[in-house]
Design a protein. Structure first.
Length: 237
């Protein structure tokens, strides 16, 4: 059963990745190039703007889904509903530093999600970790202009980290054999893989930008073969 789940996980991620690679450019809404914020932008800048914006939206969706499937985690943070919590996380005045998770970010926050000793809201460090890791790979920016520089290798590495985070979410269990967070449901009664599809979108968008930028800069990407089962994340430096 574990082997079947592993193959299903990889197959769905690959399917989502290929779908995004094929259709991503068609998704981009053509902006008004004469508007103030479009001055000084290349077509690639607009693509990168769209990519990070859509990935943030996917993370918001994933956070709401995780809270709805793991209501106990939401109660550790707030008595409000999932939508209000998510809105505060993504729009609040905290600069993505949360005392509840010791202000950790990036890979460290993702690891905290699956730390047996951590007793807080596990959804929070998982999403904070992926968001801040992706943002760092984009040079800390969510909007790009002519002279901004993005390292395609960092984007590629970040995409691999999202794959690993998705794998850990679906497979990492505590000492009692229970998943730290409930996400996808694969059994005789239910086959809900909406989480993997959303992760696949993030991976596909990020890879598309990474390889497009690599070709544009004539700078090759070093392909890193990761063993998902080890759960070791690539440092984003």
């Amino acid at each position: 059963m574990q082997k079947n789940n592993f193959l299903l996980f990889l197959g769905l991620l690959l399917s989502s990745w290929l779908s995004i690679q094929t259709t991503y450019a068609k998704e981009i809404v053509e902006p008004d190039r004469q508007s103030g914020n479009q001055l000084g932008k290349t077509d690639f800048d607009r693509m990168a703007d769209h990519e990070i914006r859509e990935n943030i939206q996917s993370l918001r969706s994933l956070m709401i889904k995780l809270y709805k499937r793991n209501p106990v985690e939401l109660k550790k943070s707030t008595s409000e509903d999932a939508e209000k919590m998510v809105n505060w996380v993504f729009n609040g005045n905290h600069d993505w530093n949360f005392e509840a998770i010791n202000n950790v970010q990036g890979n460290e926050a993702i690891y905290l999600t699956f730390n047996e000793d951590f007793k807080g809201d596990r959804v929070l460090p998982f999403i904070v970790g992926i968001y801040t890791m992706l943002l760092k790979a984009h040079g800390g920016k969510k909007e790009f202009y002519l002279f901004d520089s993005i390292d395609p290798q960092l984007l590629y590495n970040a995409s691999r980290n999202v794959e690993i985070a998705a794998w850990k979410l679906s497979n990492t269990k505590d000492a009692s054999g229970r998943l730290f967070l409930v996400a996808n449901e694969i059994n005789a009664k239910e086959n809900n893989l909406s989480f993997e599809r959303e992760f696949g979108k993030i991976i596909g968008r990020t890879d598309f930008i990474a390889f497009t930028l690599s070709e544009k800069m004539e700078r090759s990407i070093t392909h890193i073969i990761q063993n998902l089962a080890t759960g070791i994340l690539i440092p984003i430096l």
